[in-house]
Write a protein that binds this ligand. Structure first.
Ligand code: HSE
Length: 434
């Protein structure tokens, strides 16, 4: 039996989602049971990278969310309306929901989840925060037994890209923003990103999962990065900090009543010590650092936006729902938790590994040694990236070589030849270089 999807929106993420589903080879076998039944778009005639039949494509989005054949509605329209109304109508028709829409969830999550609970359907939102980074499911499941102390992260790629360039180029905000817009890294209207609103939506969602309570978006204190200057970044650097737009949700003991914990929830530019794990997250990447008891700290890092990464999160949610639906109708172990394969993977032998090698030789300090080493490496197709003789150790010349990429088999053959050279006393270290 196939699980039928109604896809709302065929933009960047919708296209990425369709591409994963239509190209299932090498992915989880359950994907083969997922079918894109209908696709809602604004314009039927627009040329697209993925083609659908005239029966599948429609501009009538309402007809998708009420279609009795559809099991899961995948909302990838973005924006507040009609996304909110379509999600609510789909729920009232018993559809499960997968969405990437952080704005709708952070503002209307209360009515959406109330409706979903009443109807017994799921609303999944892995793609709403951190693009392709799995963080929603870990918060719900893998980290669920922890008492979470804090969730903090860099969850807006646009501002992190701008701050990273300001830092590396010593440039001012306005210049980098204009260039980022020209290159397509920042929207023509950058307000949601640079004023911290997008990060506020996302931290509200993360905090609500981490601390098991609803968050009113207006309670999230929000400052953006417009006021950050090249001078601030340079002074911060001198003092040992990087400036990052952090979204933070933290359990905070009440000063009046120590028995009551309250949440501090905020988005603002922050001086982060250079040694802190979030200080080295650069460019459009996102990272979320979660601290819990008894786990301690765990950090999730990866691409926070983009067609493929965000679609990966969308389709993982689709798969989760399909697996639940399957176990409801078939007496089988849960397809995502049970072992789905019996065959053994083909493993490449080590001699076929292609890598760089670091090697340290101890040799007699005689003329021609380095030349002989180079000749032996060359005899086996090993090209050298660097070769240095820094000094002597116990009256022996110490020569260090780093190769270019080479097959391990060729490298070992070269080493066997080198071991036979009269001048070579020993080869104390051979290490692979990443
Ligand atoms: N505009 C967001 C960002 C990506 O810059 O991170 C989508 O959530």
């Amino acid at each position: 039996m196939a699980y039928k999807l109604g896809l709302l929106g065929l933009g960047t993420v919708g296209t990425g989602t369709a591409q994963i589903i239509l190209d299932s080879l090498g992915r989880h076998p359950l994907l083969q049971e997922i079918e894109i039944h209908r696709v809602g778009v604004r314009n039927l005639d627009k040329p697209r990278p993925v083609t659908f039949s005239a029966d599948q494509l429609t501009t009538d989005l309402e007809s998708i969310v009420t279609d009795p054949d559809i099991d899961i509605v995948v909302e990838l329209l973005g924006g507040l309306e009609p996304a909110r109304s379509l999600i609510l109508t789909a729920i009232s028709h018993g559809k499960h929901i997968v969405t990437a829409n952080k704005a709708v969830i952070s503002r209307y999550g209360n009515e959406i989840f109330d409706a979903a609970n009443a109807k017994g359907v799921y609303v999944m939102l892995e793609a709403a925060v951190g693009g392709g980074i799995p963080v929603i499911q870990p918060l719900k499941e893998s980290l669920g037994v922890n008492r979470i102390q804090s969730v903090m992260g860099i969850i807006n790629g646009t501002t992190n890209y701008i701050l990273t360039r300001m830092q590396t180029e010593g440039a001012d905000f306005a210049d980098v923003l204009a260039d980022a817009q020209r290159l397509g890294y920042a929207e023509a209207d950058p307000t949601a990103d640079v004023d911290g609103l997008d990060a506020a939506d996302k931290i509200a969602i993360l905090a609500s999962l981490a601390f098991a309570g609803r968050i009113k978006l207006e309670d999230v204190h929000c400052e953006g990065i417009r006021q950050i200057s090249a001078a601030d970044i340079a002074y911060a650097e001198k003092l040992g900090f990087r400036i990052k737009l952090l979204a933070i949700a933290k359990r905070q003991s009440s000063t009046e009543n120590h028995a009551v914990d309250r949440l501090s929830i905020r988005v603002h530019p922050t001086l982060v010590p250079k040694t802190h794990p979030l200080a080295s997250i650069n460019g459009v990447y996102n990272a979320i650092l979660i601290e819990g008891e008894p786990l301690g700290q765990v950090m999730f890092y990866g691409p926070g936006a983009g067609s493929g990464p965000t679609a990966s999160a969308v389709v993982s949610d689709i798969l989760t729902i399909a697996a639940i639906l399957k176990t409801e109708t078939e007496p089988i172990p849960h397809p995502l938790l049970s072992c789905t394969h019996q065959h053994y993977c083909a493993i490449a032998p080590m001699e076929e590994l292609v890598t760089r090698f670091y090697t340290r030789f101890l040799t007699n300090d005689t003329p021609g040694v380095i030349g002989n080493l180079g000749t032996s490496f060359g005899n086996h197709g090993v090209s050298l990236e660097s070769i240095v003789q820094i000094g002597m150790r116990d009256n022996q010349a110490e020569i260090v070589v780093v190769t270019h990429n080479v097959s391990e088999g060729n490298f070992l053959n070269a080493l066997a030849e080198i071991r036979q050279l009269d001048a070579v006393i020993s080869i104390p270290s051979v290490l692979r270089v990443l």
